[in-house]
Design a protein around this ligand. Structure first.
Ligand SMILES: Cc1cc2nc3c(=O)[nH]c(=O)nc-3n(C[C@H](O)[C@H](O)[C@H](O)COP(=O)(O)OP(=O)(O)OC[C@H]3O[C@@H](n4cnc5c(N)ncnc54)[C@H](O)[C@@H]3O)c2cc1C
Ligand code: FES
Length: 324
């Protein structure tokens, strides 16, 4: 069984145990959130020993070369000495705006630090200052904005989201680090058709990407499907309709599973609607964000409808496993 050396102590890692699980079992709490390799909160560096390649999935080559890896998906195969990551500086910023977008989604605006840069569609890891509880939230703002915008949904019994709704106020300080994620638009192929599909707050990164795409002069059609169980779960409807009225390349399709159908919208399973409406997705660039099972179904269906896997970008909003 491999031994993990961390800050002067040795910890024995059980067979089939990740480094994050091993450290937690020994009472050492490393930063973590999704615990499934999606959010990069648990990024850590091997000072000695080689991390298994699968623990570096999704990391930039520059990080891999420096032996960074994700503790939550690292089942060590040899003794390792590890040290906390110092590559992602923490930013302490004020909340400048808190506005409800519908009954269960709030818009937070944070002051943008001068030394922070990102691409529209990436996410940051937000920390609750009192106890360093960390969760990932996608950026709905555009790098040109002088604020950072998040759309946060209240989750029943959710620790971070309920704190944001009930206790966090304008002028309070929060801490964040990042950005991370590769669900963003890269200029080139301006005529390529784009498909953007989001469920719930999956609209956040897509709203940023949409504004980025239109600013960068994309000339191909852009279809945005925003899905919710029913009409009250939709938000930013008017803003999206206004953009569609001004820009002939852009189509907004609000979708619901049941109840009233919004104007110009669709009812049914969002995993099926885009391919049913658009037909072949051959040649499309596709962005999928939100509920993990739906994002995974949409990836598969987009591929089967003709989109190339390398043109499909996704951010499943994986949540931390239930405790206890
Ligand atoms: C890359 C990435 C980007 C994300 N972007 C956003 C975003 O822009 N907006 C946003 O609102 N969230 C986003 N999330 C999800 C977010 O990080 C949190 O998981 C979410 O806010 C719940 O945190 P919590 O502390 O309130 O709930 P927790 O205390 O972590 O959850 C308590 C329990 O509630 C259940 N649960 C948690 N989340 C959900 C859910 N969404 N649906 C159903 N059950 C759930 C689970 O059983 C969980 O164990 C993103 C996640 C990832 C990985
Ligand atoms: S990637 Fe490890 S906790 Fe999210």
């Amino acid at each position: 069984m491999p031994t993990i050396h961390f800050e002067g102590d040795d910890y024995l890692c059980n067979e089939d145990e990740t480094i994050l699980e091993c450290m937690t079992r020994h009472g050492v709490l490393l930063p973590s959130s999704c615990q499934s390799g999606a959010c990069q909160t648990c990024l850590i560096r091997a000072q000695e020993g080689t991390p298994p390649p699968e623990s570096q999935a999704g990391l930039k080559d520059t990080l891999k070369a420096q032996n960074y890896f994700l503790a939550c998906i690292c089942k060590p195969t040899e003794d390792m000495s590890i040290g906390l990551s110092s590559i992602s500086p923490r930013h302490s910023v004020k909340i400048t705006e808190k506005t409800p977008l519908n009954e269960s989604v709030v818009r937070l605006r944070l002051a943008k630090p001068d030394d922070f840069s990102y691409k529209a569609g990436q996410f940051i890891n937000l920390m609750r200052p009192a106890d360093d509880l960390t969760r990932s939230y996608s950026l709905a703002s555009n790098p040109d904005d002088d604020f950072l915008e998040l759309h946060i949904k209240r989750v029943p019994d959710g620790k971070m989201s309920n704190w944001v709704f009930d206790e966090l106020n304008v002028d309070d300080e929060v801490v964040f680090f990042g950005p991370a994620g590769d669900c963003f638009y890269v200029a080139g192929k301006p005529e390529q058709p784009l498909l953007l599909v989001g469920t719930g707050t999956g609209l956040a990164p897509l709203f940023g990407i949409l504004r980025d795409v239109l600013t960068q002069g994309h000339t191909g059609p852009v279809h945005l499907f925003h899905a919710s169980l029913a009409v009250p779960g939709l938000y930013l409807e008017q803003e999206l309709r206004d953009i569609a009225a001004k820009d002939e390349h852009f189509t907004y399709i609000p979708c619901v599973l049941h109840g009233d159908i919004p104007e110009g919208g669709q009812q049914g399973n969002i995993a099926d609607i885009p391919a049913q409406m658009l037909g072949s997705l051959s040649g499309y660039r596709v962005f999928l964000c939100g509920d993990p099972p739906i994002v995974n179904a949409l990836r598969q269906k987009s591929f089967l409808a003709g989109a190339s896997m390398q043109d499909i970008f996704s951010d499943p909003f994986v949540f931390a496993p239930h405790e206890g």
